[in-house]
Design a protein around this ligand. Structure first.
Ligand code: NAD
Ligand code: 0WE
Length: 261
């Protein structure tokens, strides 16, 4: 019997086998959850359908989180298969690429700021609004954040502000839904080589620096994030809400790497 047996989970954000959402789906399937997925657009449809099939799921729906109509349609369709929903995973983040490379004041724009906050933060509460009628006592929502929400990481720029907004979103949603027994949490993951990380200037250097300085002396994997997500989404975490859990090899507790090994 797995940690998530009998649980119905909707996973938003699978784009490739390197996705954090993919790692989460792997852990969830292993722990016995029944899975449903959304994909951002037709380009990702066949890939996500193939992934869903390997986890025994036929439930996949298109959803660009910029569209209230597409979000609403996900839950209308999902409700034809499931009476209610136990778990929602929000693994979506985006800012226009030009915002994430260069001096924050120089590269940040009003349009880029709006898009980053809409797609990376508003979309989390938008999913909760869409799922409102299907959630129940014991339901759990989980999102993915990054250290850039609280500290300055070179080039992360407006995504740091969007993640700060997302982390406040976790707390306000937890307070808003707590009386109904619905929990809302986040995982602040260390850097991982995914599609969202590709094309980022000096990402490789950042990964190496993280592995050097983190107490565990290595980077984390999507499997490790998946396992922490399974715990936080399970009844074993029934007392935890409004919390952001670091899964980063301990990097966030350090001020400076060991000056000599
Ligand atoms: N990779 C890292 O280093 C890292 C570290 C900490 C947190 N995160 C966060 O983890 C989450 C997942 O990112 P990832 O690293 O797995 O990369 P990824 O590229 O695999 O996943 C990002 C997902 O966001 C989706 N997305 C983007 N815009 C969308 C839109 N308008 N509508 C619907 N979906 C949209 C993409 O389709 C993709 O599935 C993001 O929130 C990211 O900020 C990533
Ligand atoms: C770590 C790290 C990441 C990974 N991470 C934590 C993220 O949250 C990914 C954020 C992200 C959001 N939007 C886009 C992209 C990445 C690249 C492709 C694109 O067009 N838009 O992204 C960085 C960007 C700059 C500096 C560090 C990082």
């Amino acid at each position: 019997m797995g940690m998530l047996s009998g649980k119905k989970a909707l996973i938003v954000g699978v784009a490739s086998k390197h996705s954090i959402a993919y790692g989460i789906a792997e852990s969830f399937a292993r722990e016995g959850a029944e899975l449903a997925f959304t994909y951002q657009n037709e380009k990702l449809q066949s890939r996500v359908e193939k992934f869903a099939d390997q986890w025994g799921s036929k439930l996949t729906f298109p959803c660009d989180v910029a569209s209230d109509e597409e979000i609403e349609n996900v839950f209308t369709e999902l409700n034809k298969h499931w009476d209610n929903i136990d778990i929602i995973i929000h693994a979506v983040g985006y800012a226009p690429a030009h915002e994430l490379n260069g001096n924050y004041v120089d590269v940040t724009t009003r349009e880029g700021f709006k898009i980053a906050h809409d797609i990376s933060s508003y979309s989390f509460v938008a999913l909760a609004k869409g799922a409102r009628k299907m959630m129940h006592e014991g339901s759990s929502l989980l999102t993915l954040s990054y250290l850039g929400a609280e500290r300055v990481l070179q080039n992360y720029n407006v995504m740091g502000l969007a993640k700060a907004s997302l982390e406040a979103n976790v707390r306000y949603m937890a307070a808003s839904l707590g009386k109904e027994g619905i929990r809302v949490n986040g995982i602040s993951a260390g850097p991982i080589k995914t599609l969202a990380a590709s094309g980022i200037a000096s990402f490789r250097r950042m990964l190496a620096e993280n592995a050097k300085r983190a107490p565990l002396r290595r980077n984390v994997t999507t499997e490790e994030v998946g396992n922490a997500a399974a715990f936080l989404s399970s009844d074993l975490a029934s007392g935890i809400t409004g919390e952001i859990m670091y899964v980063d090899g301990g990097f966030n507790i350090t001020g400076m790497g060991e000056l000599e090994e």
